[in-house]
Design a protein around this ligand. Structure first.
Ligand SMILES: Cc1ncc(COP(=O)(O)O)c(C=O)c1O
Ligand SMILES: NCCCC(=O)O
Length: 502
């Protein structure tokens, strides 16, 4: 028998059909659960850092033996457990109450359990026959979401997609199919020059869709926004676009940077008058539909032909979870169906309309519904409302705290429409400079420097960006129900601490 050292290390023993062949398998899983539960506890412990930042070359070289290289021989279970610990150690705690860097933050424990179960079930959404429960959960949840949008009895269609960008792309695809179905078989040459509209501050995925779907970004008209960054259709551009055919308008409900809401009713009036498809990108704002206090910001959304809504943002569902809701049934299927015989046999023994795969642009489709459905069961509709109202209250607290604070300057005036609070921080050295190019250039460098120090210290994280002619400013967004006023206070004081000597 080969010497012990020559024998391949026992990697994770497979689970055999008759059950667990090796006790170590279950012990291994229990140890992984211990690693994950320990991580969760630390994430909610504010004395824990948000991140332990290292540069790419450091991680690639391997830190304290943590190698990212792929071995030819199997590693031991013990090493696999070490790799699990290190992977979390050198990552970013996006569930930390002081992680404000993205729109998706937090760890919802029930949602997490739902994701664990989803991976354990490891099935596919394309047919009812291998995902009967999940397919029905998706159908009922989409109907509930359509009811909340305001479509009578939740009528319509929809699907969960791999993110808001894909949900937005779906909207452009089905709008095109609605008006020019022959494009599916004959291509864009079968249609006149089609024109799309969106606001200059809408998410870049609308532009991406116009490129990917063959419209060309030149045929996506970016509309100006008013002082509150709401896109307003001052003059209806279509009448002056000779020879073009306007087919689609995107209205954004909660823009990514400013959290602004477009005037949906005004836009719907124009779409109805000129027979154009109205899509509402509520990827970020959709969660506010759950709130009786805030849903008015999307007044008119029921007039949309399609809506993107990302539960993985304001509702705190683990990534990914995005829905495209469509008012007219049949368009998704008509636009995407290819009737693949090995999946969508018409002679199955059950109602094949429960097979969702052929209306998707995907084939294999991850089960994104269960974690959301489970969270809804755990919270109730009222629980989501309370969670979202709490985040909006926190952003109002932040706005009131800094709007007149020495060294802070708001990017736009007035209460934030969403949880986005955008501001500049001016170190002492800049506060008395006259407005002009020098001040702009120096201010533009402040946020990146503070952010870098934040990441080096690991104490908190918040995003920054320029926008139009506005130099780099911080964008604070709140979507983590674990965040509190003390975390908001910490962030403000940390920015002052790190930036005071710049
Ligand atoms: C308004 C808006 N639409 C679409 C998206 C894209 O969503 P996802 O990241 O899920 O693709 C975002 C992401 O921030 C967004 O803010
Ligand atoms: N659409 C990706 C998420 C953007 C953000 O978190 O800022």
């Amino acid at each position: 028998a080969p010497s012990r050292s020559a024998r391949p290390k026992i990697c994770c023993p497979a689970i055999t059909p008759e059950g667990t062949r090796e006790e170590p398998t279950m012990q291994f899983l229990l140890e992984v659960v211990e690693i994950l539960t320990s991580y969760i506890k630390k994430t909610f412990d504010k004395s824990t850092k948000v991140l332990d930042f290292h540069y790419p070359h450091q991680l690639l070289e391997g830190i304290e033996g943590f190698s990212l290289e792929l071995p030819d021989q199997p590693e031991s279970l013990e090493q696999i457990l070490v790799d699990c610990r290190d992977t979390l150690k050198y990552g970013v705690r996006t569930g930390h109450p002081r992680f404000f860097n993205q729109l998706s933050t937090g760890i919802d424990i029930v949602g997490l359990a739902g994701e664990w179960l989803t991976s354990t079930a490891n099935t596919n959404m394309f047919t009812y026959e291998i995902a009967p429960v999940f397919v029905l959960m998706e159908q009922l949840t989409l109907k509930k979401m359509r009811e909340i949008v305001g479509w009578p009895n939740g009528e319509g269609d929809g699907i969960f997609s791999p993110g808001g960008a894909i949900s937005n792309m779906y909207s452009v695809m089905i709008a095109r199919y609605k008006y020019f179905p022959e494009i599916k078989t004959k291509g864009m040459a079968a249609a006149p020059r089609l024109v799309l509209f969106t606001s200059e501050l809408s998410h870049y995925s609308i532009k991406k869709a116009s490129a990917a779907l063959g419209f060309g970004t030149d045929n996506l008209i970016l509309l100006n926004t008013d002082e509150r960054f709401n896109s307003c259709f001052i003059l209806f551009l279509c009448s002056c676009l000779q020879g073009y055919v306007p087919v689609y308008v995107n209205a954004t409900a909660g823009t990514t940077v400013f959290g602004a809401f477009d005037p949906i009713n005004d836009i719907a009036d124009i779409c109805e008058k000129y027979n154009m498809w109205l899509h509402v990108d509520a990827a970020w704002g959709g969660g506010l539909l759950m709130s009786s206090k805030h849903r008015h910001k999307m007044s008119g959304i029921h007039r949309a032909n399609s809506v993107t809504w990302n539960p993985h943002k304001m509702m705190g569902v683990p990534l990914q979870c995005s829905a495209i809701l469509v008012r007219e049934r049949g368009l998704l299927q008509g636009c995407n169906s290819m009737c693949a015989g090995y999946l969508f046999q018409p002679d199955k023994h059950y109602d094949v309309t429960y097979d969702t795969g052929d209306k998707a642009i995907q084939c294999g489709r991850h089960v994104d519904i269960f974690k959301f459905w489970l969270m809804w069961k755990a919270k109730g509709t009222v629980g989501f409302e309370q969670q979202i109202d709490k985040c909006l209250d926190l952003s109002a607290y932040l706005y009131s705290k800094i709007k007149n604070r020495e060294g802070f300057q708001m990017v736009f005036n007035g209460e934030p429409q969403h949880t986005n609070v955008c501001f500049w921080y001016l170190p002492l050295s800049l506060r008395h400079l006259p407005d002009g190019e020098e001040k702009r250039e120096r201010l533009h460098k402040v946020a990146p420097k503070i952010k870098a120090m934040m990441m080096e210290s690991g104490t908190t994280m918040v995003g920054y960006q320029p926008q139009g002619d506005q130099v780099n400013f911080f964008r604070m967004v709140i979507s983590n129900p674990a965040a509190t006023r003390s975390d908001i206070d910490f962030l403000v004081e940390e920015i002052e601490r790190l930036g005071q000597d710049l």
